[in-house]
Design a protein around this ligand. Structure first.
Ligand code: F6R
Length: 588
């Protein structure tokens, strides 16, 4: 989503804000802007497009300022809708959504205010102007009491020598370094050796000047504990790769080893007890994380015979879900900040589930509400399209399945998960093999991905990846469902990718391959069974290693990610920054 930075210190603020914004561009890149206060005057520069458009702002003088990179929700990407929003003496940057913007705007208009943007955020600057009586902190408090929805805010005022920050349901951190104090929606914007970082909780305010002072929502001073982060990991580096997405895929073999766990009574006491006594698992997640949950469902149900419900978090949070006693809720989220996943996780917990956070960010909002935190350890993922984090989630969830199967006296699977470490290296080689498929996808009107069981879950992920970075319409479909309507869409211009790794369904999936072949479609096969590679219906195939059937998505999704990546480049797109998308979806 959007990114926020703030700086107060001995240096010129503008270059520091712009450097921070560049690091946050993965959160949104529709438009960007900064506001710097100098000598009691606000200086504002905003531009449509990427942060690099703001180069003219580098020379602005002033030691305190705020900046923002936007992912449009209310109002088109444009200079006028870019943040900071200024009204009167105030400038504000906002992440989140103000749900009662209409009534608040009506109230401001009734007082004679005129709005210049289409955003919900501008109303915050108007409210600050209304409530300000010489004290910025109380004006911010009075303003946020009027807001419904989610927000992370950084506010400056021409008359005040400070930045005031506050948050509700949207991440915000502040930090103290040797040349000043910082605010950011994400540690990566301010991470550097020696910066001590604190995370704000809902309702808390921080006042940044020569030091940082923290207040609770009643403006009582509070102390905060610093959070731990890895400064080196927070600095993205392409290491010779053209794109982060390809680099992050190449990291998958190393990453997997860090996400495999041996859950035992000795090492994971409380969580192990909950895990092994659970009678139902509910997984809540969005997008790619939802797909890793679906893959896990097949493995857990097959290996442990425990029912697993996988729920799209944005649906779950509003559906009054049934949570039986003894339910283990697994909230799966790379960022740990996805608004829908957070709300669904909180709801599951409120309804009595034990909540475990499966996340890549150990100090994220999700970890703060969870009963147990299961870190995926994939390392920072910069590309918007999730790749290595998906694989890390998979093997972590498979490790849970393995512990549960063992506790139930069913099967010892952990050695098979460790086998994946070598198998995935061979699967990595298929990433280059799928490059020869690219020309067949360039002129396609739509693409189908077919599979059954775990292969269906892999197909969904292959299709999502293709859609998000190539902009080609595509569908992941259960192979047996095609004939119930969707086959009407298949013709000779429709490439079909079939995933075939489950022995019991192999011939059944091949039936679907026959059906699409008979309609002129070209079929591209990802399989671990050599005997299907040379079938006449198959235009081209890649052979992945044989592994335990329940765990095949770890191997089959790699070439699917690579296919999306290479088609994206061939279509002239930047796979790291797909249009309309952002890495961390902190709004509903
Ligand atoms: C797709 C993708 C998104 C995310 C989804 C959830 O490549 O990245 O679908 O998976 O927005 O994000 P997290 O995992 O951060 O909760």
């Amino acid at each position: 989503m959007c990114g926020i930075v703030g700086y107060y210190g001995s240096e010129n603020a503008a270059p520091i804000l712009l450097n921070g914004l560049e690091k946050l561009e993965y959160r949104g890149y529709d438009s960007a802007g900064i506001a710097v206060v100098d000598g009691g005057k606000l200086q504002l520069v905003r531009k449509k497009g990427s942060v690099s458009e703001l180069f003219s702002a580098r020379g602005i003088q002033g030691h305190l300022g705020i900046g923002h990179t936007r992912w449009a929700t209310h109002g088109a990407p444009s200079e006028i809708n870019a943040h900071p929003h200024v009204y009167g003496k105030f400038a504000v940057v906002h992440n989140g959504i103000i749900e009662n913007e209409y009534s608040l705007k009506e109230e401001c208009r009734a007082r004679g205010d005129v709005f210049s943007s289409e955003t919900d955020s501008e109303v915050i600057a108007h409210l600050l102007d209304f409530y300000y009586e010489g004290n910025l902190v109380t004006a911010v408090k009075d303003t946020v009491e009027r807001l419904k929805g989610s927000y992370a805010l950084a506010v400056v005022c021409e008359e005040c020598d400070c930045i005031v920050c506050v948050r509700k349901a949207s991440p915000l951190v502040v930090g103290i370094g040797k040349n000043g104090v910082y605010a950011a929606s994400d540690v990566s914007a301010i991470a550097a050796e020696g910066v001590t970082v604190y995370s704000l909780d809902d309702g808390e305010l921080a006042v940044l000047s020569t030091e940082i002072t923290f207040f609770n929502q009643n403006l009582v001073r509070i102390e905060k504990e610093k959070i731990e982060y890895d400064a080196e990991e927070e600095i993205p580096d392409l290491k010779g790769y053209r794109h982060f997405m390809r680099k992050e895929m190449a990291e998958i073999p190393q990453v997997l080893g860090k996400s495999i766990y041996d859950y035992t009574e000795e090492t994971y006491r409380e969580f192990y007890r909950i895990l092994t006594q659970t009678e139902q698992i509910q997984i809540v997640a969005c997008g790619t994380a939802y797909h890793s949950g679906l893959c896990a469902k097949y493995a857990i149900e097959s290996l442990c015979r425990i029912p697993v419900e996988v729920c799209i978090a944005s649906e779950y949070r509003y559906l009054d879900p049934i949570v039986r006693s003894g339910t283990l809720a697994l909230a799966v989220s790379q960022s740990g900040e996805t608004a829908d996943t957070l709300a669904a996780a909180q709801l599951a917990k409120n309804k009595g589930a034990y909540l475990a956070a499966v996340t890549n960010v150990p100090y994220s909002s999700l970890t703060r509400i969870a009963d147990a935190v299961l870190p995926t350890n994939a390392g920072r993922e910069v590309a918007v399209a999730a790749t290595k984090s998906f694989h890390a989630q998979l093997v972590l969830l498979y490790s849970l399945a393995s512990a549960l199967a063992k506790a139930k006296g069913r099967e010892e699977c952990l050695p098979h998960i460790y086998d994946l470490l070598d198998q995935v290296k061979c699967a990595e080689e298929t990433c280059e093999e799928v490059r020869s498929w690219v020309p067949h996808f360039l002129g396609a009107r739509s693409v189908f991905f077919l599979g059954r069981g775990a292969d269906y879950a892999s197909s969904l992920e292959g299709s999502l990846k293709l859609k998000e970075i190539t902009y080609l319409p595509s569908e992941g479909y259960p192979a047996g469902e095609l004939k119930h309507g969707t086959l009407a869409l298949v013709d000779c211009s429709t490439p079909v990718v079939a995933v075939l790794t489950q022995k019991a369904f192999a011939e059944k999936t091949m039936n679907a391959v026959h059906e699409v072949y008979a309609r002129g479609a070209k079929v591209f096969l990802i399989t671990c069974f050599e005997e299907y590679c040379n079938r006449k219906e198959v235009t081209s195939s890649v052979l992945i290693p044989v592994c335990k059937e329940e765990f095949t998505p770890v191997l089959s999704v790699l070439p699917l990610q690579a296919l999306a990546y290479y088609v994206s480049i061939a279509r002239g797109n930047n796979p790291d920054k797909p249009r309309n998308l952002a890495k961390s979806v902190t709004v509903e």
